[in-house]
Design a protein around this ligand. Structure first.
Ligand code: C5P
Length: 221
């Protein structure tokens, strides 16, 4: 059995991928399955934490002993995460949040019209939830963890992103066609704001999740 080193702690984990609706039947989305976030929630519960999982469009079963809040869009995810974060010792943002959403929502299904070119889709920025929480720290001393998917210059881009977002730890995945999204396994580097760099070899998403908690625990103040 796991060491109960998260006993008495409340952790918030976001998982899955947001969907930004265009009309009642269409959305802009991404390939995140939610598996890494669910693994973080399960391992935290196994280590004794009270866990709130904010799940964006994940179709996985709710983990036992975990409070699950289901959301759809980035704006909904933000609201749910901020609400839970005010009494959390750690916030781990594993969800793939859309950076942009359509500027307008069509109440009726968008139709193609004979002989007409399609209307362009105008996008507006979504709030950056991780940067907001890392900057404000809804609870003093809480540990904030972000995720980043990079295709090249993984370490340099990861280090720059960690600084830009202001989080304590950043889990950097290298992504490609068949890598990471929807896969059972993962390989990553966890960067610390203190300059630390922890390489996690290719393995189950549970193993990466446990490494993240191993790095969170000594950062509690
Ligand atoms: O900037 P980028 O999308 O690469 O950052 C990824 C990290 O930031 C993830 O932890 C993700 O959950 C978080 N994020 C967020 N709000 C956004 C975009 C990303 O919290 N609008």
């Amino acid at each position: 059995a796991a060491e109960p080193d998260l006993r008495g702690r409340h952790v918030v984990v976001s998982a899955g991928g947001t969907r930004e609706p265009l009309d009642p039947v269409r959305y802009l989305g991404n390939r995140s399955s939610g598996k890494q976030g669910y693994a973080l929630a399960r391992t935290a519960a196994a280590r004794g934490a009270r866990v709130t999982l904010i799940a964006a469009n994940a179709t996985l079963p709710d983990p036992a002993g975990v409070d699950v809040v289901h959301v759809g869009t980035a704006v909904q995810l933000r609201e749910a995460v901020l609400k839970a974060a005010s009494e959390a010792d750690a916030v781990v943002m594993a969800a793939a949040v859309a950076d942009f959403r359509p500027a307008t929502y069509a109440a009726g299904k968008i139709k193609k019209k004979d002989g007409q070119e399609p209307e362009p889709i105008t996008l507006v920025r979504n709030p950056d939830i991780l940067a907001e929480i890392a900057g404000d720290r809804p609870r003093p001393g809480q540990v904030v963890v972000g995720f980043a998917a990079e295709t090249d210059d993984v370490l340099a881009n990861g280090r720059a992103k960690l600084e830009r977002k202001g989080c304590d730890l950043l889990v950097v995945n290298e992504v490609g066609e068949a890598k990471t999204f929807g896969a059972e396994e993962n390989e990553a580097v966890v960067l610390g704001a203190d300059g630390s760099e922890t390489h996690v070899p290719h393995g189950p998403k549970e193993a990466l999740a446990d490494t993240v908690w191993d790095l969170v625990v000594p950062r509690f103040t």
